[in-house]
Unconditional design. Structure first.
Length: 291
């Protein structure tokens, strides 16, 4: 049975959430170092870079956040001694933080290795099918895969079938982000523009300016106003009775982005036959809701 991209992603995502139940490991790391969500996200993403980075480098993986927000969060990490300035605009993760997050991941993978929701043959089969889709996602040329490639660069050296499977499922979940970015870039959108379009797309009755601003906390004022102006000038948003709404054209563009995201996500699954898709979905469902 061939499923839509959104249905495939939902099944992969649900199973991934189950195998990534860390028992609070990463929450404890976050609390220990008093990190907010963005600071913790940056510490994790530092693993993708072998050397120092600039705030702009993180736009590759998080294009919906303003550079100024990354700069402020990196400065906060420096103050907390979890990062250091390599130069005026370059940062590197402190060795103590790199070791701390590395040890947390090692403990996390040890936990994953103890999962036993499928028998050995089922787990091997699901890994084989997932690995084929994962490899196809990396090899196809239609959708750039920075998120998937970065995650692949940090694959752990583990013989555990469950650790290997968790990394393939995590990669396929990240591929959805790549599929979405490729879809909105195809129509000339930017991350901030998508951020506002998404908020308005989810609010058919519209949002006041205060509500819309609150719905986009990852944007600074400059990016917020620039994205709002772009939606207006493109005829995709309107302001009436002090409420912003997507126009019919704006909703059509946003719907087209969702449909293109689905098509992009479906691409690598084409390497599997219908019977293999069925087996993969059946196993994913068993992982997601173990008996």
């Amino acid at each position: 049975m061939r499923l839509s991209g959104s249905d495939l992603y939902a099944r992969v995502s649900k199973a991934t959430s189950r195998v990534q139940d860390d028992g609070g490991l990463f929450r404890r790391f976050k609390d220990k170092h008093q990190l907010n969500d963005l600071e913790f996200w940056l510490v994790i993403r530092f693993r993708y870079f072998p050397g120092s980075v600039t705030p702009n480098d993180f736009l590759t993986f998080g294009p919906y956040t303003s550079v100024s927000k990354y700069r402020d969060a990196l400065s906060s990490l420096v103050q907390k001694t979890l990062a250091a300035r390599a130069s005026e605009e370059r940062y590197r993760l402190a060795e103590s933080a790199r070791k701390g997050i590395g040890d947390t991941y090692a403990e996390y993978f040890a936990r994953v290795a103890r999962i036993g929701d499928l028998n050995e043959d089922e787990a091997e089969s699901l890994f084989e099918l997932s690995d084929r889709v994962y490899a196809a996602a990396q090899q196809q040329s239609e959708v750039p895969v920075p998120n998937l490639s970065a995650a692949h660069s940090t694959l752990p050296d583990s013989s555990s079938i469950w650790v290997q499977l968790e990394r393939r499922l995590a990669g396929l979940s990240l591929y959805r982000a790549d599929a979405h970015i490729a879809a909105w870039r195809e129509v000339g959108y930017t991350g901030p523009r998508v951020e506002l379009s998404t908020a308005l797309f989810s609010a058919p009755d519209g949002l006041s300016e205060d509500q819309l601003r609150a719905a986009a906390p990852r944007l600074d004022d400059h990016d917020f106003l620039s994205a709002l102006s772009a939606l207006h000038s493109g005829g995709e948003a309107t302001l009436r009775e002090e409420r912003y709404k997507l126009t019919q054209a704006g909703r059509a563009v946003r719907q087209a982005i969702e449909e293109a995201t689905d098509r992009n996500y479906e691409r690598p699954f084409a390497v599997l036959e219908d019977e293999q898709i069925d087996r993969m979905i059946e196993s994913l469902d068993k992982v997601a809701e173990p008996q």
